[in-house]
Design a protein around this ligand. Sequence first.
Ligand code: RIB
Ligand code: CA
Length: 316
Amino acid sequence: MGKQKLILDVDTGTDDAVAVMLAALHPDLELVGVTTVNGNAEVRYCTENTLRVLDAIDRSDIPVFEGQRKPLVRDDFPVPRFDGDLTDKIHGKYLDVAPASSKKQQGHAVEFLVETYRNASEEIILVPVAPLTNIAAALVAEPKFADWVPRIVLMGGAHLHGNTTPSAEFNIWADPEAARIVFAAGFADITMVPLDATHKALVTLDDCKKLRSLGTAAGRLTAQFTEHRIGVHDEIQRMDIAHSAPVHDALCIAHLLHPEVITLEEHHVDVECEGRLTVGQTVIDTRKRGRGQPNCKVAFDADAGLFVDTLIKTFS
Ligand code: RIB
Ligand code: CA
């Protein structure tokens, strides 16, 4: 069987960076391109950070296309970004990696997405691990986009608890209207990887030691980014295992390699776009109380050991 092709849509960010390296370095995957979007930082920083990471692992051949600078219909996030907020602490603006020597592509991310899928002759999985602004913009530009994309695996949402608010996860919260459009667009195959799964695939300081001992750029950077994430989580969002952190986005890539790394259930998912307390909440109809038919597979559990082993084996 040939390599599985994919496109990553990112807001690089420390965990996006690990997803990019896993997708770029695993021999069974072909990272066709990376699109960037406003999220953890302003899109120009997300683009630079993505280029820095690809340069650091000698994969500057992978094209990077810059996308939307702000949410689809809102002027800003539901609560405008401010220095020192959660994403600023976990990601910051520039990743601590050498400045990029490679350059972004000239075309816009949304145009790249629409034209790539319009002309695709083979399956290309779309893996958004950021606010869904680019994906929704592609649907607005070309409604047939939902028919052309065979499979989406996205990091976002939450059932039990949020991270940005008590009820909302950041990627959905940052552009709730875009997320609502994506879940309602009729994509044939959506897998949603929410906090309920990523918070069960925790990476520890001991795992970071093993990654660092690999002696590779990817191992060293994954350890560096994750140790930083652990420090912030210990301080302001302690996980069930002390001195550990989720590496949310990379779990989506691990699922492409080992589907069993997450446990899925089919449910109807919609997004709350109003509400002082609930804006950005993913409403997952686990008890079939609504009229909506299941529109995606939702991950409620994950295998942390398999996840970490996949990182170590790929980055060795
Ligand atoms: O809530 C976690 C998500 O928000 C991850 O994709 C992280 O990179 C941030 O974008
Ligand atoms: Ca992300």
